[in-house]
Unconditional design. Sequence first.
Length: 270
Amino acid sequence: MKVAAVQMTSGFDVAANLATAGRLLDAAAEGGARFAVLPENFAFMGRDERDRLAIAEDEGRGPIQDFLAGTAARLGLTLVGGTIPIRVAGDAARVAAASVVHGPDGRRLGRYDKIHLFDVDLPDSGGTYRESAGIRPGTLPEVVTTPIGPTGITVCYDIRFPELYRVLASRGTVLLVVSAAFTVPTGEAHWEVLLRARAIENLTAVVAAAQWGEHANGRRTWGHSLVLDAWGRILAERAEGEGCAMAEIDLARQASLRTEFPALTHRVLG
């Protein structure tokens, strides 16, 4: 199956961001993709963490979720919707950063709420980030049954926590998905090596969609959206600019590789 990692430079205007996402997804479908991933915050990149409250949607309802369902059905895509702000009961000050998955008929297949929040002070005055100021963390890993097979859904900072990916691997995933808005300093240093490590150690293909460039809020993101095979090889990359990284995922070869090189069966701990 051909997959696509969509790269965007999202801003404050939800309608404009959705129009861009729609255009890029059209191009992915025209190029033969049947599975596509949007980056983190694809519909809205606010000035600060609490700005998400203004455009947050109720579970299962709202223009962003309608866009995802409608676009998936229109293009016949399995679509992973980056992250969108979903209201949470009992917490009026924060939202869930939800990655919602729709099948090619538009039906919702699953939802993952970002577990690991980026609350850091980057070295060398690289900036201060406090996602927990506006996001309530998720608590559960999510494997979604998709047409490509069991798919593990993750977001951005999650890739620094290999134990999450081991849980997903133990649940039979054949594909790992990452939606991200990596900063330039951390992206330049760690993005590719962490993604390749997650693919290699779990013998699982990875589709990683990223934000890129300078955003209206002044934030700069790294881009370099990638498709990796289970051996950690880069099959496609969109280094800069808006667009798509697209490649064929060979699941038969991945299954053979897991038999020939059975590292997953050699685990002693966990």
